[in-house]
Write a protein that binds this ligand. Structure first.
Ligand code: EPZ
Length: 417
């Protein structure tokens, strides 16, 4: 397993090219199952999760390869309907093949994803939606078996605006008979990008990005040519890096309209944003001001930015309160930040951070994707040299991160453990 060694203290300056969004690439790769022929996706990030999804789809009988940042998938010969435990257990987003398989083949056998570091991560809402569309669902030795001769359009209400649940049902509904309504649908930009991709394939979708999505089923879809949207969480992570180091970073290929809630909070903390062509320039103040926030479904403050924002607040002037409202266990980074001298107390799903002047380097352990990112944010501002172990978590969601950091003046190197 690899580790990162980071010497903190520099004000980071320069330009970073934001990669394509992991959480748009994964569902859109799964959507390729819906139509035979050769699909081409541009701006696909080189990430472990993308390779896992590629292997999973290849395992179903498709062809998959990457040409630079272009993914090519040929789904003409999809014949196997099973997503095995050994692949699904390494990536929860594998559940995204469930809806497309039932729609394309009339059956799917997908391993239940199991829990992960940040929570139980159930998929009951995904299964409720498919059942309402006429699928028979049974659970057998850790697998979901779903069958339907042809799915039927239905009205589906989600108690919680689940992101991958909305994506699974939206994909399944494109080939169903009749109209499907998804109410209390998730509104993330990645949902809109998936709807755009499905529309390019010939699907009939209205309302993506709003609370109600309407899908009129069609008989078949055609291969896809699509460019993935920029990764708003990678962009937000680099914004917190500019903030905590008092740096001056220009982000290229960045959609600031996908980050309104985050940018509002960063401006409240004293950061300065100025538009540049194709991106945004972000500057950190001499000292950040403490700011409160709570994570909410989009367009609220994203849970995937909570850990990085907390790292930044550790050295802000004053006390900030951060509430995690989406996942039940997403404070795994707190114990690690405390080892650097951070003053954080937790009460249920709420963390109180009393800002200190300086964090100190320490040996740290990554636990999940965004917690790893928050440790990097903290280490870049800490006095001394920090070691972060188990950074395979980080490689799931950040493309070439040490290269991008090096280009803006960070002292970071990767070592084999
Ligand atoms: C997606 O996960 C993202 N993953 C997550 O990003 C992100 O943190 C999350 O949405 C929230 O924004 C991908 O897009 C691949 P949810 P997802 O279903 O879809 C509960 C990252 O860092 N729930 O919106 O799994 C669930 O327990 C990852 O890239 C049910 O109860 O999240 C949670 O409390 C981490 N039943 C809440 O809803 C269900 O059937 C939101 O989960 C589904 C979800």
């Amino acid at each position: 397993m690899d580790r990162l060694i980071i010497k903190g203290g520099s004000k980071l300056k320069g330009t970073v090219e934001i990669s394509g969004a992991k959480n748009a690439a994964l569902p859109i790769m799964a959507a390729s199952i819906l139509a035979g022929g050769e699909h081409e996706l541009d701006c696909v990030p080189h990430l472990r999760d993308v390779m896992t999804m590629g292997r999973l789809i290849a395992n179903l009988g498709a062809g998959f390869h990457l040409e630079g940042n272009k993914a090519v998938l040929d789904c003409s010969a999809i014949s196997n309907h099973e997503a095995p435990y050994e692949l699904v257990s390494t990536m929860r987003a594998s559940v995204l093949v469930l809806g497309p398989l039932v729609a394309r083949l009339g059956k799917a056998k997908v391993s239940l994803p199991g829990g992960c570091a940040i929570g139980a991560r159930p998929i009951n809402l995904h299964l409720m939606g498919l059942e309402k569309m006429g699928a028979s669902i049974t659970l057998e030795s850790g697998y979901v078996l779903a069958r339907a001769k042809r799915l039927k359009g239905a009205s589906i209400y989600f108690d919680i605006p689940t992101v991958t649940g909305t994506e699974n049902i939206m994909m399944a509904a494109t080939l169903a008979e009749g109209k499907t309504l998804i109410e209390n649908a998730a509104r993330e930009p990645e949902i809109v990008d998936l709807a755009d991709a499905l529309t390019e394939m010939g699907a009939n979708i209205k309302g993506a990005g709003e609370g109600v999505i309407e899908i009129e089923g069609v008989r078949s879809l055609r291969p896809l040519r699509h460019r993935i949207i920029p990764d708003r969480i990678e962009a937000g992570t680099f914004m917190t890096i500019a903030g905590i180091t008092g740096g001056d970073i220009t982000l290229k290929n960045c959609r600031t309209d996908h980050l309104d809630a985050v940018i509002n909070k960063l401006q409240d903390a004293g950061m300065i944003f100025s538009a540049v062509n194709g991106g945004v320039r972000v500057r950190g103040p001499e000292r950040l001001a403490a700011v409160n926030t709570k994570t909410m479904p989009y367009p609220g403050f994203p849970t995937d930015m909570q850990a990085q924002f907390m790292a930044m607040m550790c050295i802000a002037h004053g006390t900030s309160v951060i509430s995690e409202k989406i996942f039940e266990n997403r404070f795994m980074h707190v114990a690690e930040l405390r080892r650097m001298g951070a003053d954080i107390t937790i009460e249920g799903g709420t963390a109180t951070i009393r800002g200190i002047r300086k964090l100190k380097a320490a040996p740290l352990m990554a636990t999940d994707l965004r917690a790893s990112a928050s440790l990097i944010v903290a280490a870049l501002a800490a006095t001394g040299e920090t070691t972060i172990k188990r950074i395979y978590h980080l490689d799931r969601g950040y493309e070439r991160i040490e290269e991008k950091l090096g280009k803006i003046g960070a002292h970071v190197r990767r070592e084999k453990e």
